[in-house]
Design a protein around this ligand. Structure first.
Ligand code: C2E
Ligand code: MG
Ligand code: MG
Ligand code: MG
Length: 293
């Protein structure tokens, strides 16, 4: 009977598994081609001070630019970012391109602040990830102090969770700052805030969305802002889309925010143009855009 069942099961599952394998092979091939064709590129979104209106830093966000008219967000190729091999290849490409852009901005005297790079849990399988990143920064001629890395709480659930603390410690000692991304959506372990060299907490956009209406979200956001302040960490609100949200967060003494209200993610050339025109006037205009309300 068991044999019978096993056979039946095989009949039921085999096509689905076969399908999954085929999809993985296809994605692998497509991604490698995209890398070879130089279609994997960073976009950048500024982090803005709600106090001064200045751009305090940028976050690099991966895009698959298949053509000028077809630019895919990571949601469209998420499987690649979780595949151990592809995640490493994409991660290396991003760091290389971002480092080159940053170097250009520094040399041109553009004030870009720190640049944040997102790391996926799959990249932590490399126990030498810190050394790998530092080597890449060095090769591009950019000091580690120009970078942040953003991790999500999911890294602590992965197979390589043992690697996380030593890697972050090594990066931190070299001057890289660590941000905890999507805070509150994962398995919120406050212990991580205590044990790891975390500088920045990023409040997930799902809490920011209804911040003015939803008492629950308001309570969570205020608690995280206070938590950050009491621990001496910076707090960044993600997904800021309206002037009302900006006023609200500023009143709650959240210092930094990032979102479509200020900027959509921009490609490298657009970012360079933005930084070239950056200054006190632009910062003041950004404040005026929400404070008047
Ligand atoms: P994340 O790191 O939390 O990035 C924030 C996401 O929110 C970005 O989506 C950004 O485009 C989006 N966003 C920014 N402002 C707003 C807003 O006002 N409203 C809304 N609705 N969305 C906003 P994106 O670029 O699609 O990235 C999604 C996620 O993919 C990122 O979430 C990050 O976890 C991951 N990711 C992005 N780039 C990389 C990368 O280079 N490497 C790795 N491993 N993961 C990446
Ligand atoms: Mg991020
Ligand atoms: Mg986030
Ligand atoms: Mg997110």
């Amino acid at each position: 009977a068991a044999k019978q069942q096993g056979r039946n099961r095989a009949v039921v599952y085999a096509p689905a598994m076969r399908q999954a394998v085929l999809e993985r092979v296809a994605l692998n091939r497509a991604m490698r081609a995209a890398l070879a064709e130089d279609e994997i590129v960073p976009y950048y979104q500024p982090k803005v001070s709600l106090v001064t209106g200045r751009i305090e830093g940028l976050e690099a966000l991966v895009r698959w630019r298949r053509s000028p008219h077809s630019v895919l967000s990571p949601a469209a190729f998420e499987a690649a970012l979780t595949d151990p091999e592809l995640a490493v290849l994409i991660g290396e490409r991003m760091v290389r391109k971002v480092s080159t852009d940053v170097r250009g901005w520094i040399e041109a005297g553009h004030p870009c602040g720190r640049i944040a790079i997102n790391l996926s849990p799959a990249q932590f399988a490399d126990g030498d990830l810190a050394a790998t990143l530092l080597r890449q920064f060095h090769a591009a001629g950019v000091e580690p102090i120009h970078f942040d890395v953003e991790i999500t709480e999911t890294v602590f659930l992965g197979r390589s969770s043992d690697h996380v603390a030593p890697i972050l410690d090594e990066l931190y000692r070299a001057g890289v700052r660590i941000a905890l991304d999507d805070f509150g959506t994962g398995y919120a372990g406050l212990i991580h805030l205590k044990q790891l060299p975390i500088d920045t907490i990023k409040i997930d956009q799902s809490f920011v969305k209804d911040i003015e209406r939803d008492a629950f979200d308001t309570a969570i956001v205020c608690a995280v802002i206070d938590l950050g302040r009491n621990l001496g960490m910076r707090v960044v609100a993600e997904g800021l889309e309206t002037a009302g949200q900006a006023r609200f967060l500023k009143e709650k003494r959240c210092e930094l925010a990032q979102g479509f209200f200020f900027f959509r993610p921009l490609d490298g050339a657009e970012m360079t143009e933005l930084l070239r025109n950056e200054g006190e006037e632009a910062a003041a205009a950004r404040l005026a855009a929400f404070e008047a309300g």
